[in-house]
Design a protein around this ligand. Structure first.
Ligand code: P6P
Length: 333
């Protein structure tokens, strides 16, 4: 479709022949939440959303006022659509049940309302990550089992990145498409259709202060990337923003690999499976990329807990495959 097509029209036309994907309105409401959050992000430097709430979340992390605001905004813009049977978020310990005054539907929504929120105060790009599954339970409310799903069962995943421009990138299994918010219209307009990640990149993203605590295969891989080799464009450049959505978005468009492995302090790493790794893994596979723990595809992991963490290696397929080779010990320099 031509650039400048609105998100709503794109979704309607893309899903026209897919009666199984009847969550157009839900995606539209999510984009409204993105616009509202973008407005707060853009004035965070001025408004009361700067700084902390004084509370901590289920993970013991300081809850930024914007985290709270974004979480509430997404709940309020989607809970009445009649598409959802429940929701789960990084900011909520338990499942959010749709209030009885609203109709319930066949889907569940999981999201990280503002990932990278620690970057709010220093004006670094941050993002919202979301994912939609068809519910499995049949009762009046969603159950925990509706949320503990392999990533392969996602019907939709996306993110909104609040940066130099606000972009919404999503897939519903029919490719990856990017929309840029035109603030004068208040509309997300198609800017990149069928995004495909380069097979190999020139960037690697990792917090190298963790290098001493990484397992030997990860250290060998990073050492490998630093060695000159014209054929594969090494040494790669290190690009680490410390904001997952921003690092992911750059690698999606330019090619590259992002690594947040486990280490001796945190064997499962830092990032969450259900509302961070799985949605981004669905997107990257739809864009021709790859996502794993280094040993297992992210989308094949069976979650056991709502907030469980997972090592994440994601990006250009040739780069992720090469990293897996080092981690699994089948590649030595
Ligand atoms: P570290 C931000 O807090 C976040 O959850 C992700 O957005 C980011 O990729 C990661 O943590 C950064 O973690 O340990 O490098 O500061």
């Amino acid at each position: 479709m031509e650039k400048g097509t609105t998100l709503t029209r794109f979704i309607i036309e893309q899903h026209r022949d897919r009666p199984d994907l009847e969550f157009t309105e839900l995606l539209t409401e999510l984009s409204l939440a993105g616009k509202i959050i973008a407005r707060e992000v853009n004035k965070a430097g001025l408004a009361v959303t700067m700084g902390l709430t004084g509370r901590t979340n289920v993970h013991g992390e300081e809850v930024q006022k914007l985290d709270d605001f974004a979480n509430t905004t997404i709940l309020k813009t989607t809970d009445h659509t009649g598409h959802l049977a429940g929701m789960a978020s990084e900011e909520m310990e338990d499942i959010y049940h749709i209030p009885d005054k609203h109709p319930r539907g066949d889907y569940i929504l999981v999201f990280d309302p503002v990932d990278g929120s620690s970057n709010i105060d220093v004006n670094v790009s941050i993002g919202t990550i979301f994912s939609i599954y068809r519910r499995q339970s049949s009762g009046s409310h969603a159950t925990l089992e509706d949320f503990l799903r392999q990533g392969r069962e996602q019907v939709c995943a996306g993110y909104i990145i609040y940066g130099s421009s606000t972009m919404l990138v999503y897939t519903s299994g029919l490719g990856v498409h990017g929309f840029t918010l035109d603030p004068t219209l208040g509309e997300f307009l198609l800017s990149q259709e069928d995004i495909a990640i380069p097979r190999r990149g020139r960037y690697y993203s990792a917090n190298e202060s963790n290098y001493p605590a990484w397992e030997p295969g990860v250290r060998r891989y990073i050492d490998h990337l630093r060695q000159p080799d014209a054929a594969t464009g090494r040494p790669y450049s290190s690009r680490y923003i410390g904001s997952l959505v921003a690092d992911f978005h750059r690698n999606l468009l330019k090619g590259g690999i992002f690594l947040y492995p486990g280490d001796t302090k945190s064997p499962q790493g830092k990032l969450r499976l259900i509302y961070e790794a799985s949605p981004l893994a669905f997107i990257i596979e739809q864009a021709g990329g790859r996502a794993s723990t280094g040993r297992q595809p992210i989308l094949e992991i069976q979650p056991e807990a709502l907030h469980q963490r997972v090592p994440l290696i994601i990006g250009s397929p040739d780069d992720v495959l090469e990293a897996e080779g080092f981690i699994q010990g089948s590649s030595v320099p």
